[in-house]
Design a protein around this ligand. Sequence first.
Ligand code: HEC
Ligand code: HEC
Length: 495
Amino acid sequence: MIRTSARTAMSVSLAALLAAPAVTRAHSPHDCPPDLADRPTVGGHLEHADIVDGTVSLRRVLAAGEALFVARFNTCDGQGRPATTGAGERRLPDQPSFVRTSAPESNSCAGCHADPRPGGSGDIVANVFVLAQALDPVTFSVAPEHSNERNTPGMFGAGPIELLAREMTRDLQAQAVGLADGEHVLRTKGIEFEVEMQAGRVVASRGVDTDLVVRPFHQSGGVVSLREFTVNALNHHHGMQAEERFDLDPGHDLDPDHDGDGVTRELTVGDVTALTLWQASLGVPGRVLPADPRQRAAARRGERLFSAIGCDGCHRPALHLDDPVFVEPGPYNPPGTFADDTHAVAIDLTRVGEWPRLERSRRGGAVVRAYTDLKRHNLCDPPDMPDAVRHFCNELLDQGRPAQDGRPGAELFLTRKLWDAGSSAPYGHRGDLTTLAEATLAHGGEARATRDAFAALGVEDQRAVMDFLRSLQVLPADRRGHRDDHHAEHAPRHR
Ligand code: HEC
Ligand code: HEC
């Protein structure tokens, strides 16, 4: 394993990458079909081995990751999957090249993850109809019987989030070993997870799957790593097949042109490593305090109120990370996602990547101020309750979420990270709420008492809580330092 701790110049533009010597081009770009007089968008591909042994510098790797994230894939790159679904299953060939619902529905990752810049969140027009991609035939319906409609979150700080999840998984799995039959509470980073054991196995759990793997991605908590998500998204949204999922995975048919579009090796293991490391090393969200002293004082008061009324029970203001080194690939990747940790690359997220970087902790390790517990909760009041709050209970497909306390798994969502709340409108998993206050008042179920405490505050206090949340923002890429040293005049510009 390589420990790459060198300080690295970031913000390498696509143009600079394309102008770079051919060393980053481990194998040449694809050819277009013979009758198509054009060129692929992706100028070349990376080999994972060259990243691990340092043949390609980390700076180049991150630049390549960014270039792939913003690339508008075309026919010559292998865009489209005429013979397969977004889940990789075979189907009748000659499917439409784009379908808004079933996908492919977009040209680049940054087509959705764009706000305030690539890697960020998305407008409601960038919503995804999750699970529609698996349907054969494709669906043109947005009805909840076919898909879970989701708004696009941002990836700023996603590296630290994945590291937290890895450490939590390690802790939870270790604590479950040798437990007697019956109910137990497991604790990691101050967060409690209830489990029920039978014959040495977890048979039921709250907030996490029974394998005790904390899956921090998808708002429903279904994906373990940036890498797994990236491989899924490439195939789902763009019809771009990563070789680790298709060509090299015995779980598939090892057909080098699995999707029948005439292009092979659409994305190499090295390409996916680059995409993953770029996302993992994006800046960590920070804090922009209003320039006006009264508003600034209100934001600080709002921060205290946020905890006083219990919002911090789920939206944890700070979690401690033991080790800030992001090792890629991670330890819990499922089959079909590259997992060979004897060929890993490692970056210390407190030293490498876009600013502001992960904050080092005085007691070693790092502090992640993401306002989440990475646990699934149910924010749905029972349907028969008077004045039931059920805004977040619209989904019908459980998407792997097990039923909990006799309630459908589809009602469960991960505590939303709030560290970019001031930059990530619209709100809620569907993106159908335009203000932070509306999203707060939509909390029922496990959060009903806290929500009622918020509703009972005077309007000035409620505004103070919202001023606090609005101060949590994605910062400009070149800003050094950490959260409290930014003021409104430095605020990033938003659309
Ligand atoms: C059509 C819009 C769209 C495109 C294109 C898209 N995404 Fe996403 N992305 C989303 C949505 C919506 C979610 C949230 C999904 C959910 O909660 O179920 C998401 C979630 C993610 C997440 C998990 C974030 C989190 O905190 O849970 C990652 C990582 C990600 N996308 C990476 C990518 C990559 C890499 C690409 C390109 C290969 C890509 N996305 C293309 C819309 C998009
Ligand atoms: C029981 C756990 C829990 C408590 C307590 C809680 N939340 Fe949440 N919060 C969540 C979950 C889960 C979501 C994701 C909801 C969804 O989209 O399905 C969320 C989402 C949000 C969002 C939407 C953010 C976005 O980007 O879409 C805001 C704002 C928010 N919470 C604020 C608050 C405030 C303010 C309080 C205190 C009054 C609070 N929450 C208390 C679990 C909780």
